[in-house]
Design a protein around this ligand. Structure first.
Ligand SMILES: [Zn+2]
Length: 62
């Protein structure tokens, strides 16, 4: 049966688990409002994508 013959060391296990991190989301400057926004997404501050108005941006009340 294909089974591991010896278990991996704690060091090897921990090195594997140390190797995950969140990456910074890719942001681009919106060509309409120059705000940083996620690429290939509708801009959250002006609601446009590829020069077209897609959504109405509603100001959030705090
Ligand atoms: Zn924008």
């Amino acid at each position: 049966m294909p089974n591991p013959t010896s278990r991996h060391s704690k060091s090897r296990r921990d090195k594997r688990r140390a190797n995950w991190k969140l990456s910074q989301p890719v942001t681009v400057l919106c060509p309409e409002c120059q705000e940083p926004t996620l690429s290939h997404r509708v801009c959250q501050s002006c609601g446009t994508y590829k020069g077209k108005k897609i959504i109405e941006v509603v100001e959030k009340e705090l």
